[in-house]
Design a protein around this ligand. Structure first.
Ligand code: ARG
Length: 462
């Protein structure tokens, strides 16, 4: 077997070394980026006079053929194809002969792999952002359609105050919009070309890293060759954005699990987005939501795992860095699947507005309105809180209607008791950003504007 370093070595690699060292099984996923990087590199080599025009054309043709072979799954891998960079160069050299042997001029796999991975992160962050936007759109559509439906809002998982369903749904929408900002940020941080850094120190050849960066659509080239080949903080940034997005999806999942339970009965899941039980015929399970909750753990693990891998590494490239790709690929795959499945689940589920309303109309959830009624009459809030609290306690102990107790208290009376009427409390949440219809109307507009501008940003060449 011929290795890339055969000139210096007497024998081939041990099987165990190869099994541990090879990354082709997973970095094959970057073949498009690897070939794209090689095209830019070879064009640069010709521009600066390091190879002839005819060699450039031969290499570019060989790269096209290699890409086609991999596309069509006709590429024949060899045991010496340690990673995607080795495999592509080996094939190009087979096809283009001497010209192919010039491809690696002024380049190392160290700057090559960093380039490939940065291109990969840029594309992936864009595509995942598109899926987040689609999910936000679904939440917004439900928010608009839910009109004046309301449900109990909770703190400590205890009923607190009624909120519009649209308000609740958009709470998740806003969290996702911050996730989008983080995905964009990860994209921006990946947007620096390391090609031209060589193994670690640049080159004695007249390379043009700026030209290559431009050719590959990067905003900038690296400033420091050591940093360029040894830094993977752009991967950490992506993993962080994905882990936090995963945490948000997990929280949505957790609520859907509760809401679809018999005890809550707030939503009914579509058959296509729920599962049955192998034993219990009546079951309809929210597996997607549970997996959203479960997979957040794995996304957090990928982030902390890579941080741990990086923490002790001296400059510059160390093979430990090969551990950057699997967590990244898996995190992207996981988040994509989750977004698609959750989007479908939320899109198709039915809200039981009547059930939500029944729970939200518990008069105790309007207790704060009674206290605020007293505040408006000049009673200090602490005192008002105690008065209403004692009425709530009495109604629970005696099993009497809170409204009756309130009516017969002269400080409150029938006018205050009317605040306990079904639907009254939610309508009174008028403060900006609040849970009532007036404030939510404004919020829906704000959310739409935010969504449109993030969609525009994604379309533009960030
Ligand atoms: N497969 C390697 C990786 O993923 C590519 C870089 C190898 N460089 C080296 N000097 N051995 O990191």
């Amino acid at each position: 077997m011929t290795t890339l370093w055969h000139g210096r070595f007497k024998g081939g690699p041990a099987e165990a070394l190869q099994a541990l060292n090879d990354s082709i099984s997973f970095d094959i996923r970057m073949y498009k980026e690897d070939i794209e990087g090689s095209r830019a590199h070879v064009r640069m080599l010709e521009r600066v006079g390091l190879i002839s025009e005819s060699d450039r054309e031969k290499i570019l043709d060989a790269l096209d053929q290699t890409e086609k072979e991999i596309d069509e799954e006709k590429f024949v891998f060899e045991s010496s194809d340690e990673d995607i960079h080795t495999a592509v160069e080996r094939r190009v050299t087979e096809i283009a002969g001497d010209a192919g042997a010039r491809l690696h001029t002024g380049r190392s796999r160290n700057d090559q792999v960093a380039t490939d991975l940065r291109l990969w992160v840029k594309r992936e962050m864009k595509e995942i952002s598109g899926l987040v936007l689609d999910f936000q759109e679904t939440l917004l559509t439900h928010a608009k359609q839910s009109k004046d439906s309301y449900l109990p809002g909770y703190t400590h998982m205890q009923q607190a105050q009624p909120v519009l369903l649209s308000h609740h749904l958009l709470a998740h929408g806003w969290a996702l919009s911050r996730d989008l900002d983080r995905l964009f940020e990860a994209l921006t941080r990946a947007d620096i070309s390391p090609l031209g850094a060589g193994a670690l120190a640049g080159s004695s050849l007249p390379l043009d890293p700026d030209g290559v960066a431009e050719d590959l659509g990067f905003s900038h080239r690296f400033n420091n060759s050591l940093d360029a080949v040894s830094d993977r903080d752009f991967v950490v940034d992506a993993l962080y954005a994905l882990a936090l997005l995963g945490v948000h999806l997990s929280r949505i999942g957790e609520e859907l699990i509760l809401w679809s339970s018999t005890e809550f009965g707030f939503v009914e899941l579509d058959d296509a987005f729920s599962t049955g039980s192998s034993m219990l015929p009546q079951k309809k399970n929210p597996d997607i939501a549970e997996l959203a909750r479960g997979k957040a753990g794995r996304l957090i693990g990928h982030l902390s795992g890579l941080l741990a891998t990086l923490k002790g590494l001296p400059l510059a490239y160390n093979k430990d860095l090969q551990e950057d790709k699997e967590p990244l690929f898996d995190a992207c795959d996981t988040v994509r699947l989750l977004l698609l499945a959750l989007n479908g689940m939320v899109d198709t589920m039915k809200f039981n507005s009547e059930v939500m309303k029944q729970h939200a109309d518990n008069p105790n959830s309007a207790a704060i309105d009674l206290a605020e009624y007293l505040v408006a009459k000049g009673i200090p809030f602490r005192e008002a809180h105690a008065i209403v609290g004692s009425h709530v306690a009495a109604s629970i102990e005696e099993g009497t209607d809170l409204a009756d107790i309130v009516s017969s208290d002269e400080r409150l009376g029938p006018e205050a008791a009317a605040l306990l009427a079904p639907g009254a409390a939610v309508n009174r949440r008028t403060s900006p950003g609040g849970a009532g219809p007036e404030a939510v109307k404004v919020q829906i507009k704000e959310f739409q504007i935010q969504l449109d501008s993030q969609r525009e940003r994604l379309k533009s060449d960030i």
